[in-house]
Design a protein around this ligand. Sequence first.
Ligand SMILES: [Zn+2]
Length: 77
Amino acid sequence: MDEIDVANERAEQITNRAIQLVLRSLPQAPSSGICRACGEPIERTRLRANPSAPTCCDCAAEEDSERQRRRKLGGRG
Ligand SMILES: [Zn+2]
């Protein structure tokens, strides 16, 4: 009886993971033109280079340096 519950839960987890993978692999929707991090308009030149850019140049650079810092620390957290 409990096995079915466990199986259902497991199936749900797998489905959720599959959905996330699909969402990630889909082409991104065109950017709204507003930086999702700071709310400022995204530079037009940046949108031309990357129409789905979610952040402005400043925030993208910040995210980049953050990512590199994390990689240096061993990729955790
Ligand atoms: Zn920004």
